[in-house]
Write a protein that binds this ligand. Structure first.
Ligand code: FAD
Length: 501
């Protein structure tokens, strides 16, 4: 039997692992190289005192087989290996504004009706907005199980901002804030957020919101198990330091920090494209225009995370996420927190996971914007030795975020057993994301649509996947892998396989 062709995948986050499984399913001998000591990238959980804390996976949508994400996970052979926990169908997202709360129900029609019953004077505008949302998602190719897209329509919906579409249809400031709240899921100011991207993400969650028991590790673990079953290998603590390219601009493999060279006739990278330039030494291999475009791109949002253990279930939150806006102005979502002031926070309480004694551990994640600029002065300090001012700032911000949460949920006051915080320095350290960007690049209208980054560049058999070149989230990174593999396996073939799954 002829040996299988060999592929190297850089990074064991969602996009790298999905790419690896897809390639292995199609006859490639796949080696995944991950610099960290565990796989998952932004999805990984960390443990303190045996208690698991989620970092970058709180929920996803559309996991039923009739929807794209569910179909992809089934096609990859992992859907049924995960214990999915449905979130509250009557309100999986709770948008809390200064004077009201809105619960987002599952179902496009249920969402529309709830919006209309809450804002009856805006009924016609809500219908107009929902019509635009449904029209926009029709042009997102693979999201609709299509192997091609109507480029003109796609560019049209990625070129109009969320603000513009909302303003076109509705006036009520609270309604406008409610429609905009989930823009925090991709971290772009609403006046720059591509409406099409927002529409797809909303539609994906409205199709059914789920958590995974065991969180990000469960999803990662299922993909790693599947990869191994297919004969693939995951190499941990294996930082790629160079992509090997011959003089005909064909990839030859990768070199690791250990000095080991690994031959591969296909290389996938899930890194932010800015990091590529450290891995591809010869300037001439990448067009100067591409390099300056990447280096000039705005990076995505950086965040401040608070991870708390509670001594009881936070039933006040229920099986829902909290989007807490301090004003009706959606610009508060990306405004930096400062001591004593939290313009916006996101809160999620995953299903309890057993601690190391097997007892259910109740945890809570709080996330708010804190830009790289606020912590950049300490970027060159090493983790165990950050200066006192940095630690002081972190402590103050952690207390501020927890206090903002306790004011909204006072019955949970006194139930925090322990907590700790992270900044973009942690994100950068664990995932190597430049400037700790949580969603890769800034997915704004001037960097998406007609300005989207290409997944393939002029190095042959080299493909980029992940949120750094595509869109963020479980959905976006999965689709980035399907599109990326589509260049080699044929997108039409993958779509046929999805349809047959
Ligand atoms: C706080 C937060 C909450 C989120 N919540 C959700 C949510 O609820 N639902 C949802 O759908 N999405 C959520 N997301 C988004 C989601 O986590 C990301 O979009 C997704 O995990 C990104 O996957 P990726 O493969 O593109 O990148 P990454 O996860 O960053 O993977 C890249 C991998 O490459 C590795 N690497 C880097 N450099 C090298 C190198 N030189 N050699 C080898 N390996 C290397 C990194 O260690 C990393 O493992 C959240 C993100 C954050 C930050």
């Amino acid at each position: 039997m002829a040996p299988r062709p060999k592929a190297a995948v850089i990074g064991a986050g969602m996009s790298g692992l999905v790419s690896a499984v897809l390639l292995a399913m199609h006859g490639w001998e796949v080696h995944v190289f991950e610099q960290h000591h565990k796989p998952g990238g932004l999805l990984h959980r960390f443990f303190r005192g045996g208690v698991p804390y989620e970092t970058g996976f709180h929920y996803c949508g559309s996991i039923q087989r009739e929807h794209i994400l569910g179909r992809c996970l089934a096609h990859l052979g992992v859907l049924d290996r995960i214990d999915w926990v449905a979130m509250d169908p009557d309100g999986f997202d709770r948008v809390i504004l200064p004077h009201m709360e809105f619960r987002v129900p599952v179902g496009v029609e249920a969402y529309r009706e709830r919006l209309k019953s809450t804002f009856p004077a805006e009924a016609a505008g809500i219908d107009g907005y929902m019509a635009d949302l449904l029209e926009a998602i029709r042009h997102y190719g693979l999201y609709r199980f299509e192997d091609s897209i109507d480029t003109e329509q796609f560019i049209r919906w990625e070129g109009v901002s969320l603000d513009e579409v909302i303003a076109r249809h509705v006036r009520d400031p609270s309604l406008r804030a409610i429609l905009a709240a989930q823009s925090s899921l991709y971290g772009v100011h609403t006046h720059e957020a591509p409406f099409g991207l927002h529409a797809v993400i909303m539609h994906h969650f409205l199709s059914g919101a789920y958590r995974a028991r065991g969180g990000g590790d469960a999803l990662t673990g299922a993909l790693v198990d599947r990869l191994r079953e297919l004969g693939g290998e995951l190499h941990l603590r294996a930082e790629v330091t160079q992509i090997l390219v011959d003089d005909k601009r064909r990839v030859q493999g990768v070199e690791l920090a250990s000095g080991q060279r690994v031959d591969a006739s296909l290389v996938f990278s899930s890194l932010h494209p800015r990091m590529l330039f450290d891995l591809i030494p010869d300037d001439g291999l990448v067009r100067k225009a591409y390099r300056s475009r990447i280096m000039g791109q705005r990076l995505g949002l950086a965040h401040f995370g608070v991870y708390a253990q509670l001594d009881r279930e936070p039933h006040e939150i229920g099986q829902a996420n909290i989007y807490r806006m301090s004003t009706n102005d959606p610009s508060c979502i990306l405004r930096d927190i400062r001591p004593g002031h939290v313009p916006f926070y996101f809160a999620a309480a995953p299903p309890p996971s057993p601690d190391r004694d097997g007892r259910p551990a109740h945890t809570l994640l709080l996330s708010a914007a804190l830009s790289w600029g606020q912590i950049a002065p300490w970027a060159d300090t090493s983790p165990g030795r950050r200066p006192a001012e940095y630690k002081q700032l972190k402590t103050e911000l952690e207390a501020t975020v927890l206090e903002a949460f306790m004011q909204d949920f006072p019955s949970l006051r006194g139930h925090v057993v322990r907590s700790e915080a992270s900044t973009a320095l942690s994100t950068q350290r664990y995932t190597r994301s430049p400037c700790g960007a949580m969603y890769g690049h800034y997915h704004s209208i001037d960097q998406m649509g007609r300005y989207r980054l290409p997944q393939i560049i002029r190095i042959h058999n080299f493909v980029q996947v992940g949120q750094g070149v595509f869109t963020p989230g479980i959905l976006g990174t999965t689709l980035s892998a399907y599109y990326g593999c589509g260049y080699h396996l044929g997108l039409a073939r993958l779509v046929q396989e999805l349809e047959a799954t």
